[in-house]
Design a protein around this ligand. Sequence first.
Ligand code: NAD
Length: 390
Amino acid sequence: MDELRIGVIGAGGRGGLAAHAHKPETGVRLVAGADIVPETRVKFKERYGPDTFVTDDYHELLQRADIDAVFVSSPDFLHEEHAVAALEAGKHVYLEKPMAITIEGCDRILRAAFAAKRKIYLGHNMRHMSFVLKMKELIDKGAIGEVKAGWCRHFICYGGDAYFKDWHAERSKTTSLLLQKGAHDIDVLHWLCGGYSTRVNAIGALTLYNQIQDRHAPDERGDASWSFDHWPPLAHKGLNPIIDVEDLSMMQMQLDNGVFCSYQQCHYTPDGWRNYTIIGTEGRIENFGDSPGECVVRLWNRKSFYNPYGDEQFFMPVVSGGHGGADPSIVDEFVRYVRTGGKVTTSPIAARYSVAAGCLAAHSLRHGGIPIDIPRLSDDLIAYFTADVM
Ligand SMILES: NC(=O)c1ccc[n+]([C@@H]2O[C@H](COP(=O)([O-])OP(=O)(O)OC[C@H]3O[C@@H](n4cnc5c(N)ncnc54)[C@H](O)[C@@H]3O)[C@@H](O)[C@H]2O)c1
């Protein structure tokens, strides 16, 4: 492939990620953008040049034979439609997380990639974050023995800003925030613990944002920009007219290799970060902070009572680029994958299992916390997509 020509479906918001791919000097160019918002299309053209093709109808973008690959960064409920259409049109696809909002949607995307023999790459950028990579490295070299448990607490200080003012707040568009936000963390827990969930259950509820009566009109686009001034959480204004997702969720997972995991998510904490601990037969690791420059991973591998600094500490140096350097890194990997193939860090199978766990945990939460078994992906798809995963 001489020049790699890329289109973006959902060019605003997270669609900005695709900018990392635009390096004409290396033969990679963003050439087209589809978005329903007129100002976004204008900005896209201004940024990438007057010859750039812009449209409000993604079909027109996909019809163009001069586009090799597409970033799908539209809202979650459109991922299945946009990814399947792009694959069927013969494009390679970078698909934002979560893969889709149903298990069936994920499996349809995998089938479409399998049938079209096109690459599907999932935007699980947490696998490119330095603290996650450090934890994976420590586990892989046996620093904590055999992994037995993984726990993640997710403190979301921007919950009211980002998830309760637009489509994120509606079950019909996300299934649940346990899936929409949790897809990252379920994927990281699966990755660090070396297995996939076979059974999940969860409890939780909508406990705070339903108390706020100040809502925007149904035909108005919610303002999901965030500010430190939006505090306390009950002071938020302009919430989505429909709010039927939970703001507090706690799920448990039983993995196929015997590991047990849990994930807790709260959308109104004052501070915002993720805290993971992985426990093995000979030690424990835990991260404090999750941004490079202000994050340390600690390892305990000797017997002690309270030992706040652990037996060894690993400080994550400052890195430039969005999401702690993970965004440029994941886009570079996608571009390399499309151009020259090879193994990649993220996995479409893992992405499907994180959606499956998130969807069924949400169902459990809404049905008395019952345990639910995760349906297995078919063997032909597992074999096909495993080949490219590191
Ligand atoms: N990996 C990450 O760290 C990360 C971070 C943020 C968002 N995301 C994911 O990115 C996706 C987009 O999130 P967002 O917050 O940018 O959402 P958003 O609501 O801002 O939508 C993204 C863009 O899609 C456009 N769009 C909506 N409907 C469209 C349609 N029918 N055709 C074409 N364009 C359309 C919107 O106008 C917008 O420009 C979500 O799936 C989200 O989970 C991932």
